[in-house]
Design a protein around this ligand. Structure first.
Ligand code: LAN
Length: 880
């Protein structure tokens, strides 16, 4: 570390000196030595690395998996610090989130007529709708299973949506979807009696939840939360001229509902207002047709202007505004396409970025380097109005370049580092002043970079059946292929348009863009594990058969339909290498097979679900033995190939880059997005799945599995905090991570009496509330300190965190009388919050990503309480 700070100091000195007109002898010496030291370190290290430490391309003799994991450069970590898996301790009080959101009840109602349409039926509906609107015939690719869309049909006799009341809870409860499913349910209803035991409460919970299951066997729900996604879709559709039709009204309702009392919008629904949320939501409202004189618009403008205008919004917002034509490219930091041409062994390579970061900066790079601007920029009067509305100075006097790094303190979660600013400034010189990229040979490199970027964009579209990895690259890719075709609509464009509804969800607060095309596979895998643990699987044959059918269809590139689909073409080694892809076949996705990106813990949960289902008689009736063991082996092979050298598991890929990539995080609003780290959640899920599998199939890679679990256990121990907790990166927060941490440790044989398990038990017991429950808000994730602040519940406890804490405590085999009583009190809390119909209330947001952004998981309020009650009913019997 010392060496690193020495080199950095030298570089900073050198840059300061360069700022002077005359470098002087001292300056030349410093710059010279910095160049020599850095250059020498890179060249020397690469040679040493390649010669000595290169692990080859085959992992464990099984399959190519991590040629990018870059272990040949692991020596670099000695110099620049570890490829951090540990997210850091609590934020100092001065840096913690100070603002809190406040919402107003506006009594807004969504128009009647929104109808949920899923799976095969949704394919047909979309193909028809695209034809009606554009005259183009499209054919949806991949498995239809799990697809969820909303269609507006004024004749649909669905429920009259109630007015949304965010002042008491800004989370919607999925009333529209749930009522539609309940109305269509033909089977038995939950008993009316109030449960008196955990087993009865669990059964009632399942009886209710099964009524929500979709025809294709999956569980659907609202996956909204982030407020910065829909504006991208609205801008892309506006620029390319795709009419959103009836969706517009529903989107306006959503935006209006989530505007806060101060006139702004948060980056996600629960967060206090930021410039990111506000500028993008304001522009969206205007593009959707709301006039500038509208009271809510006036209020929003006051917020924007009081914070210095749109020049203070973070870089991703500046990017979208530039595409739309209401911001200039000089105010955006360079995203050079040349970086894609770097050799793979180079310490920094975009192929080693976390896939979400990589896939967002890919179209950004294409659009930036081609300096795309909305062709209607100068002719569209609305854009002219926006240019005068969102800045505090006249548009032609805005100092674009000087504000490249300006970011409102409300948004600045990961301030841009000095190192990065220096790099951006050098690049700005290259881009704007010298325009070097326009001159040969630089222009050749830029062109080659752009060509690679667009070919990569197109391959991502094909590999995901035009769903794309996430909502940000979805709309950026759509715009890119439109631009690449000379601003015209091609077949590929319509294929994109046909997949927009995959991301849109309607609830009583309006139409929103979701963080993904749903959480189908994830939620369904958890649901079945909860049912299996209750031992009641055979009592719910329809439920289990449906889940089996869905999980079978959803295993990636493993069914006839998916094998015959376009993505299969990209599964060969050469394509995967070219596009930096991990092996997909055999894994499970987070959402649908058509999406197709495999994820370590989704594969693990899918595998656990399958292993639990296959022995059930009711499942055997439908599977008829057709689910081949080889498909389980495929999943196990994928899981093993995902293990990192630190013993942990990351999300979609192996850990490829280094901790120092984080110095280059260009998105001020998110933390730790640059590389794929090992996480306690993914590690525990992978380990428990491998253990379950090995118990049933002891002859398949037994020793490797045992070794992997042992290494995983050590990893989980190393990232445990001194207070016994783990930081949860994908759920809120310490209670979520405790659930995974304890199960992982127990799986690695630590035992209930072991020190790390006991530490976590003590951590949890200390945080139990007097009502017997636990509660946490997304602020825990942001500040990295346990927080119950701003719970929307009556007390400080929430049903989801209570369930996670209980699952952890029971997995930890707590045995003293007082600890058992603590568990019983938690169970009583869950039973007392269960509603008469068997449901639980929708409380605070329970998911999170990139440290700062909350995301909704509507299934959690059912699945985890059911699971905790299931575990308790066994646990209490064992005890009796
Ligand atoms: C998700 C959702 C699922 C989640 C789990 C499987 C729960 C986790 O254990 C691993 C990480 C993963 C797959 C995950 C990563 C980040 C995602 C994809 C999301 C939270 C859903 C949305 C988010 C994505 C980055 C949102 C798009 C925004 C950008 C800033 C690109």
């Amino acid at each position: 570390m010392q060496a690193a700070s020495w080199v950095l100091d030298m570089a900073q000195n050198a840059l300061q000196i360069m700022g002077k007109a005359d470098l002087g002898e001292e300056g030349v010496l410093l710059v010279g030595s910095a160049v020599v030291v850095l250059g020498g370190a890179v060249v020397g290290g690469v040679v040493v690395g390649r010669c000595i430490l290169w692990r080859g391309e085959v992992s464990g003799g099984w399959m190519w998996s991590d040629h990018l994991s870059c272990r040949s450069l692991s020596w670099l970590e000695l110099v620049v610090g570890k490829g951090v898996s540990y997210p850091g301790g609590p934020k100092p009080p001065s840096q913690r989130q100070k603002h809190r959101g406040r919402w107003l009840d506006r009594g807004l109602k969504l128009p009647k007529g929104w109808k949920y349409v899923g799976a095969g039926e949704s394919h047909k509906a979309t193909e028809e709708a695209i034809y009606k609107q554009t005259g183009q015939r499209v054919q949806m690719g991949g498995e239809a299973s799990g697809r969820q869309t909303w269609v507006f049909d004024p004749t649909f006799q669905g429920i009259d949506p109630p007015a949304f009341e965010p002042s008491s809870n800004c989370n919607s409860s999925d009333i529209l979807f749930r009522k539609q499913q309940l109305a269509a349910w033909k089977g038995p209803k939950p008993s009316k009696a109030t449960p008196t035991t955990s087993s009865d409460a669990c059964r009632k919970g399942i009886e209710f939840y099964q009524m929500l299951q979709c025809d294709d066997g999956h569980f659907a729900g609202d996956y909204g939360g982030p407020m910065f996604l829909m504006p991208g879709l609205i801008i892309a559709c506006y620029v390319t001229g795709f009419d959103l039709g009836a969706r517009k009204q529903a989107m306006i309702v959503y935006l209006r509902n989530h505007q806060q009392a101060d006139g702004g919008w948060g980056t996600h629904i629960e967060a206090s207002s930021t410039m990111f949320g506000t500028v993008l939501s304001y522009v969206s409202l205007r593009l959707l047709g709301v006039p500038s004189g509208d009271t809510q618009c006036i209020h929003a403008r006051e917020f924007i202007r009081s914070k210095g205008g749109a020049v203070t919004c973070p870089s991703w917002a500046k990017f979208w505004l530039s595409l739309l034509g209401v911001h200039e490219w000089e105010g955006v930091n360079s995203i050079p396409s040349e970086m894609w041409l770097l050799p793979l062994w180079f310490p920094f390579h975009p192929g080693k970025l976390w896939c979400h970061c990589r896939m967002v900066y890919l179209p950004m790079c294409y659009l930036y380097c081609s300096r795309f601007v909305n062709p209607g920029k100068h002719s569209d009067p609305l854009l002219g109005q926006l240019r005068s509305e969102i800045y505090v100075t006249p548009y032609d006097q805005v100092a674009w370049d000087a504000n490249r790094h300006t970011c409102c303190p409300l948004d600045d979660y990961s301030p841009v580092t000095l190192f990065q600013k220096a790099a951006h400034n050098v690049l700005a010189f290259y881009e704007s002043y010298l325009c070097l990229w326009k001159l040969p040979p630089f222009s050749w490199l830029r062109k080659a970079g752009i060509e690679f970027a667009i070919s990569y964009i197109k391959s991502e579209d094909l590999q995901t059946n035009y769903v794309d990895i996430g909502p940000v690259n979805k709309t950026l890719n759509m715009l890119s292929i439109w631009a690449d075709a000379g601003n015209t609509k091609t077949k590929e464009y319509y294929m994109h348009a046909a997949r927009l509804d995959d991301y849109l969800w309607v609830a009583e607060d309006g139409m929103k863009m979701q963080g993904y095309n749903g959480s189908q596979s994830w939620d369904t895998s958890f649901a079945v594990q909860a049912v299996i643990e209750s031992g009641m699987g055979e009592d719910f044959p329809g439920l289990c058969q449906g889940i089996y059918t869905f999980l079978e269809r959803t295993q990636i590139l493993s069914t006839e339909v998916s094998k015959a689909s376009e993505p299969m073409r990209f599964e060969d080694l050469d394509s995967r290498k070219k596009y930096f892809r991990h092996v997909s076949k055999g894994g499970w996705p987070f959402s649908t097979s058509a999406h197709g990106w495999p994820i370590s813990d989704c594969t693990a949960e899918g595998l656990k679900g399958m292993l639990g289902l296959l022995p059930l008689n009711c499942v055997k009736q439908v599977s008829k033995g057709a689910y081949d063991d080889q498909r389980l082996f495929d999943a196990v092979n994928v899981l093993l190939s995902y293990q990192n050298s630190d013993g942990g598991w990351a999300t979609y890929e192996n850990n490829r880059g280094f901790g120092f990539y984080e110095w280059m995080n260009p998105s001020e609003v998110f933390g730790d997005i640059m590389i794929d780290y090992s996480y306690v959640e993914c590690s525990s899920a992978a380990m428990t799945a491998l253990a379950k599998f090995s118990a049933k199939h002891p002859n398949h890679r037994r020793d490797e599995i045992a070794g992997a679990i042992a290494r995983g256990g050590r990893f989980i121990e190393t990232i445990q905090r001194p207070d016994g907790s783990w930081y949860g990166s994908w759920g809120v927060c310490f209670t979520y991570a405790s659930f995974f941490g304890v199960e992982g440790l127990m799986c690695a044989g630590r035992g209930g009496g072991s020190r790390p398990v006991r530490m976590c038990v003590r951590f949890l017991l200390k945080r139990q509330n007097t009502d017997g429950g636990w509660g946490e808000t997304y602020l825990s994730c942001v500040d990295k300190v346990y927080s119950q602040d701003s719970m929307f519940t009556h007390g400080s406890s929430g049903v989801v965190q209570t369930a996670w804490a209980l699952l952890a405590l029971m997995a930890a085999e707590v045995s003293s009388a007082s600890e058992k009583e603590a568990v019983n009190r938690g169970i009583r809390f869950l039973m007392s919050t269960q509603q008469p119909d068997g449901d639980w209330p929708q409380e605070n947001i329970t998911g999170v990503f990139n440290r700062s952004c909350g995301i909704t998981y509507t299934s959690y309020r059912n699945v985890f309480p059911i699971w905790a009650l299931a575990r308790h009913s066994k646990w209490s019997k064992k005890d009796a």
